[in-house]
Ligand binder design. Structure first.
Ligand SMILES: Nc1ncnc2c1ncn2[C@@H]1O[C@H](COP(=O)(O)OP(=O)(O)OP(=O)(O)O)[C@@H](O)[C@H]1O
Ligand SMILES: [Mg+2]
Length: 191
């Protein structure tokens, strides 16, 4: 199997989940994350905004804003092939559909910060192995973004169990995440 084939297979598996399964598993994952020290100690967070049966992040975003965290969401700069973290004040009012139809900050709500300010990044992905290796959508956006964060920044990926595979065919440029949180378990990489 190749990266491309695995991507297709896992996306299909995720799309086959019912809306109810997606939200109930997402709830379990969100609860686990907010109970973690890594979340509680984080001041500045970037969280992806879910689309098409990704683990939902809406509750986590609301919770972080409520907890007084500096919560950012990524703006996708297609031309520059990069992600820009932007501080969110009102969720979802500050957002509008952007690249790929994913919600991102409206131009008038754009409040960029530098990646070095982040303590925790909630990373999306298609498939993962138990070492934290990550297969994304094929744009290399997170592989270029994550190395710009500080050395103590934690990269955490929420994922459904069905997204875990024995191998995700990592390349040299692929950035493995430090923590995986599924509906059943927390997998941490020794740092
Ligand atoms: N650090 C990097 N610097 C330059 N190019 C990169 C880097 N990381 C990845 N790329 C390029 O991006 C392309 C896609 O990479 P890859 O297939 O790993 O994407 P992905 O991890 O699935 O996507 P994403 O990170 O957006 O979720 C590759 O052709 C790769 O050469
Ligand atoms: Mg990659």
């Amino acid at each position: 199997m190749s990266k491309k084939e695995l991507r297709k297979e896992v996306i299909q598996g995720r799309m086959a989940l019912s809306e109810q399964e997606v939200s109930s598993k997402s709830n379990d994952i969100t609860k686990a994350i907010i109970n973690m020290e890594e979340y509680q100690q984080a001041t500045t967070i970037m969280a992806y905004v879910d689309f098409r049966h990704e683990v939902q992040t809406g509750e986590l975003i609301r919770r972080a804003l409520n907890d007084g965290k500096r919560l950012t969401v990524p703006l996708t700069d297609m031309e520059g092939k990069r992600l820009v973290p932007s501080l969110l004040k009102e969720f979802p009012e500050d957002l509008t559909p952007g690249a790929y139809g994913i919600l991102e900050p409206r131009p008038e709500c754009l409040r960029p910060i530098t990646p070095g300010e982040l303590d925790l990044v909630i990373v999306p992905g298609v498939a993962f192995d138990e070492k934290g290796n990550r297969l994304g959508y094929g744009g290399g956006f997170y592989d270029r973004f994550l190395p710009q964060t500080g050395k103590d920044c934690i990269w955490l990926a929420p994922a459904f169990e069905l997204q875990l595979h024995d191998s995700v065919y990592p390349d040299q440029h692929d950035c493995p995440v430090h923590i995986l949180v599924t509906e059943d378990r927390i997998i941490k990489k020794v740092r």
